[in-house]
Design a protein around this ligand. Structure first.
Ligand SMILES: NC(=O)C1=CN([C@@H]2O[C@H](COP(=O)(O)OP(=O)(O)OC[C@H]3O[C@@H](n4cnc5c(N)ncnc54)[C@H](O)[C@@H]3O)[C@@H](O)[C@H]2O)[C@@H](O)CC1
Ligand SMILES: [K+]
Length: 505
């Protein structure tokens, strides 16, 4: 299944192309019908026979027109719908004006302000969609800010039309330095899915996303530069294991890191690599550390300076620090021909050294970088805030500068390639916001490279499997609160085996 993600500019182009073949207002009417159906599903799910009214928030533009259509459709279905309409200063479009008339002519109720004691069965957010041009603000502009803040206190489902109001559909950032956006439980998005619903603040604001194409056919759709991840994107790498194999058949991983005081990081990465299926896994410590891992005694511990790096997949950086020794080892790893995952301190070192960056960009072997936003920011010479403001553009820029596959961690992990292709990972949860989970991810990425996966599939697969492992743990009550990184490798192993099993059909 292909899950394209379109920019606002592309959605506008799809709209224009489709409108050229349709009578005016058709798409808005279709959007209104589809969203009203979704609203009724949500009302039905809550309590059968729920008679609490639906509050529909309608803004000044066509997103508000969609909302008015929803209200009219709900009223036609006998549902008590109340519209809070904030018309704005400019004239509404013809379609929105028509939708307004339709709602006015029916049994829809209209109010001017949110009653303090409203008891709603559902709120429909049709304030702003892809036309949001600036942050939501106060009094002069119709009290959008206070209205959205007041929704936070409601306990009913909130269905956002197209995009939760206040969220940037391209980036997933809340618009404005001190901005606010609707926190929806569900979003029905029109004419194609949008990256901003799946990364940065997007996942928290969009809730569950349903894509509604409004009967617009594929001939109107452009090529997407970004897509939402799925197991199908790496399915071709999921080979069942043959009987006649041995540990050498599944690759060696060496995790290089572990300066004094940070010895756990490479061990976590190594456990991720081992349970992810590599034949043999080494932990190459920079400083004297433990001789073995009592939890996972299969791991082989070496001094980093003594380990032969050739013929192994390397994961370099976890807990590595920034010593001269670390730098020397990193230069050696970058110059070699081994598949490589560059993580944590190794990324910081590259960010501070044009020489190391040059060696990285000159590599030929498969290479994946796994920065979190701050490491990514160091690589680009900017702040983490700037990276987060546009995660897709930042990841693309990192991929261009490093000529490597980049996996930018965070809610809605973004994978980017130097040619500009982007995938946003859909799995995972807040349980991953814990020390060491990134080390395990680097280990999983390394183990997939060691088993022969190309860099792109290894990055997409590692993010997907790591997130799905966290989702599996949550399903068993292990998180999101209190999930630990050490619990991830076994869960990732379960996910990987399930995927292999499923790939057999
Ligand atoms: N693109 C399409 O083909 C379709 C679009 N539809 C809907 O139309 C929406 C886009 O409509 P519009 O382009 O009218 O844009 P919006 O309805 O998202 O908002 C634009 C309006 O809001 C005002 N505005 C923007 N930011 C503001 C702010 N912070 N405070 C106060 N006012 C602000 C603008 O001046 C303009 O009047 C989509 O998101 C979707 O919901 C649907 O009708 C289906 C078809
Ligand atoms: K909206």
């Amino acid at each position: 299944m292909d899950n394209p993600l379109y920019t606002v500019a592309q959605i506008r182009a799809i709209e224009q192309s489709a409108y050229a073949t349709l009578p005016p207002g058709t798409l808005m009417q279709r959007a209104g019908r589809a969203a009203a159906r979704f609203a009724m599903e949500l009302l039905g799910e809550r309590t059968p026979g729920n008679s609490r009214p639906v509050l529909v928030l309608a803004g000044p533009g066509n997103n508000g027109g969609d909302a008015l259509e929803v209200a009219a459709n709900l009223a036609d279905a006998g549902i008590d719908a109340t519209v809070l309409h904030l018309p704005g200063r400019q004239d509404a479009s013809e379609e929105t004006a028509t939708a307004h008339e339709r709602a006015r002519d029916g049994t829809v109720g209209f109010i001017d302000m949110l009653p303090p004691d409203g008891d709603w069965g559902l709120v429909v957010d049709g304030l702003f969609g892809i036309g949001l041009a600036r942050p939501l603000e106060g009094a002069l502009e119709g009290d959008y800010r206070d209205l959205v803040a007041a929704l936070e206190a409601l306990r009913c489902p909130i269905l956002a039309l197209d995009v939760p109001s206040g969220l940037d559909a391209d980036t997933g950032a809340v618009v404005g330095p001190d901005g606010i956006a609707v926190r929806a439980t569900h979003t029905i998005t029109f004419l194609g899915d949008k990256p901003g619903l799946h990364t940065a603040a997007g996942r928290d604001h969009a809730g569950q996303v349903r894509v509604e194409m409004l009967e617009v056919g594929p001939e109107h759709l452009p090529a997407a530069g970004a897509r939402l991840g799925s197991a199908e994107l790496f399915a071709r790498c999921l080979a069942p294991r043959r009987h006649d194999t041995h540990k050498g058949s599944y690759g060696d991983v060496a995790v290089i890191g572990g300066a004094h005081g940070m010895l756990g990081a490479p061990v976590l990465a190594a456990r991720g690599a081992l349970l992810g299926g590599a034949g043999r896994v080494f932990v190459a410590m920079l400083d004297a550390g433990p001789g073995y891992d009592s939890v996972q005694p299969e791991l082989m511990f070496r001094n980093a300076d003594d380990l032969d790096l050739d013929g192994r997949t390397l994961v370099i950086g976890p807990g590595m620090g920034g010593s001269a020794g670390a730098m020397r080892l990193l230069a050696k790893a970058l110059d070699g021909n081994s598949p490589l995952v560059v993580d944590a301190d190794a990324i910081n070192l590259i960010g501070a050294s044009p020489d190391l960056l040059g060696r990285l960009a000159g590599r030929r072997a498969p290479t994946v970088l796994t920065p979190h936003p701050l490491e990514g920011a160091r690589l680009l010479g900017m702040t983490a805030g700037v990276v987060q403001a546009d995660r897709l553009a930042s990841a693309r820029e990192m991929a261009v500068r490093t000529q490597a596959t980049v996996l930018l961690k965070g809610s809605g992990t973004v994978m980017a390639r130097p040619d500009g292709a982007v995938v946003i990972n859909p799995t995972g949860n807040a349980g991953l916001a814990t020390a060491g989970s990134g080390d395990v991810l680097a280990g999983i990425c390394g183990t997939l490279l060691a088993q022969g996966w190309p860099a792109w599939e290894a990055a997409i697969g590692a993010a997907w499997i790591h997130g799905a492992a966290a989702d599996l743990l949550v399903a068993h009550g292990i998180g999101p609160v209190g999930m630990t990184a050490g619990e991830l490798p076994a869960a990732a192993r379960a996910v990987l085996n399930m995927l292999v099993q499923e790939s057999l059909g």
